[in-house]
Design a protein around this ligand. Structure first.
Ligand SMILES: [Ca+2]
Ligand SMILES: [Ca+2]
Ligand SMILES: [Ca+2]
Length: 420
């Protein structure tokens, strides 16, 4: 009886505190929740390539191939970074430094980068990728070496084409990126994992693995340089920390979207389906972060080669012929967890409402079920999870708790620095 009474007294007080107002509220009010959908906007650019979410501050980042879009959780546009002449792919938000990291390719220039966005500076539409001081880039030498490999030894690198024996492992560059622990070390420090694109090519047997590089980005300040697209710089680590191989069978352009979910300890690899008839060609593959990579001979290579092979999770549909597991949900243009088994998955479409084709997307709130065949289900009205409570040191967005004589950037004591 006493406990119940206490709960009834406390619940409204907590709710009131969370919204910064003393308005009475009914006991069943769950407070603000994540929206069922978030609009990415419609843009004169390439299609959406990936998303990243900063749950704590309530921002969503959307990669549209030549531009980055920053919105709030309601889909209101905060700003954009534009003018990428290469291919901006998948993204992730780094909770340790408060920045967004994305894959960035310049295939003709044989230059591959992780672009790092100082996202606090994105405050208006049309900010420039090179001149606004928002973007730095770190060059990935290993990707260049595999992409440009002359595999048939004829002295000619065939360039950005799929129909060739060149490109080691069939590498077409990079796309899926995510922070998370090293494979097999779920309690370890976070790493940036960078997945190769892999050309779709059904005539070769050395392209049946997804390839994922591991980097410790805490060492990267020494390499970061502003983007110089006309004269691409080569500042970056000489080597990756590890290189992993996931046996999914060949897919079209490799891992499109990569994400790690703390809640389940699972890695999610969203792909454009492959077409080799001997493979199941799912849309989504899952790796258990606790599974130990094993050093093995890599199958189908033109010369004997070995690598750290990471098994697929014991979840989902099981292909009887190959034992390959996976799911059918669409996770190829945006997948990002927000905690407690909830995710946003992006659905891309053409917006013709202006009379011209513009690229657009809707992010759908989903719950991970691990049920076959899809793996996810849509969250229904009333079932959405609560938004995170604002951190105590942050300014009250409603403005009724002013910070006299103090701007965010001059706050002492690191009150606004990101915490891991
Ligand atoms: Ca992509
Ligand atoms: Ca060649
Ligand atoms: Ca990602």
């Amino acid at each position: 009886m006493r406990l119940r009474h206490l709960a009834l007294v406390l619940a409204p007080a907590l709710l009131a505190g969370s919204v910064g107002a003393a308005a009475p509220s009914v006991a069943a009010d769950p407070g603000p929740t994540y929206p069922l959908t978030i609009d990415s906007g419609s843009w004169d650019a390439g299609h959406i390539q990936g998303i990243a979410i900063d749950e704590e501050n309530g921002y969503v980042y959307h990669s549209f191939t030549q531009m980055l879009v920053k919105t709030d959780l309601q889909g209101n546009v905060i700003g954009t970074v534009e003018g990428f002449t290469g291919h901006l792919g998948d993204l992730d938000f780094n909770p340790e430094d408060g920045r967004v990291y994305g894959s960035l390719e310049y295939k003709d220039e044989e230059s591959f980068y992780i672009a790092i966005f100082d996202v606090d500076k994105i405050t208006e539409v049309g900010m420039d990728a090179e001149d606004s001081g928002i973007v730095t880039a770190v060059y990935l030498e290993e990707v260049v070496e595999d992409f440009t490999a002359d595999m048939n030894g004829d002295g000619v690198f065939d360039g950005d084409v799929a129909d060739t024996p060149d490109h080691r492992y069939g590498s077409s560059g990079i796309d899926g990126v995510s922070f998370g622990p090293r494979f097999g070390d779920p309690d370890g420090e976070q790493r940036l994992m960078v997945a190769y694109g892999i050309y779709e090519n059904n005539e070769r047997d050395d392209n049946n693995y997804q390839v994922i590089l591991e980097y410790d980005t805490s060492e990267w300040a020494q390499y970061e340089k502003p983007l110089t697209q006309a004269d691409p710089h080569q500042s970056g680590p000489a080597d990756e920390d590890s290189k992993f191989f996931v046996p999914t069978g060949n897919t079209r352009y490799g891992v499109q979207n990569l994400t790690y979910d703390d809640h389940s300890g699972l890695w999610y690899l969203g792909v454009y389906r492959g077409s080799k008839p001997e493979f199941p060609n799912y849309g989504l593959y899952v790796v258990d972060g606790a599974s130990q990579p094993e050093l093995e001979e890599l199958k189908g290579q033109p010369v004997e080669d070995s690598g750290l092979v990471v098994p697929l999770a014991d979840l989902g549909i099981v292909d009887p012929a190959t034992g390959i597991t996976g799911f059918e949900d669409k996770a190829d243009v945006g997948i990002e967890p927000i905690g407690d088994g909830y995710f946003y998955l992006a659905e891309d479409f053409d917006d013709l409402s202006s009379g011209e084709k513009r690229e657009s997307a809707t992010l759908h709130l989903m719950k991970w079920t691990a049920d076959t065949p899809r793996g996810f289900e849509k969250v229904e009205e009333g079932d959405a999870p609560a938004l995170p409570q604002p951190a105590e040191d942050e300014p009250d967005p409603s403005g009724d708790r002013p910070l006299p004589g103090s701007s965010m950037s001059s706050m002492p004591g690191g009150a606004f620095s990101s915490q891991s």
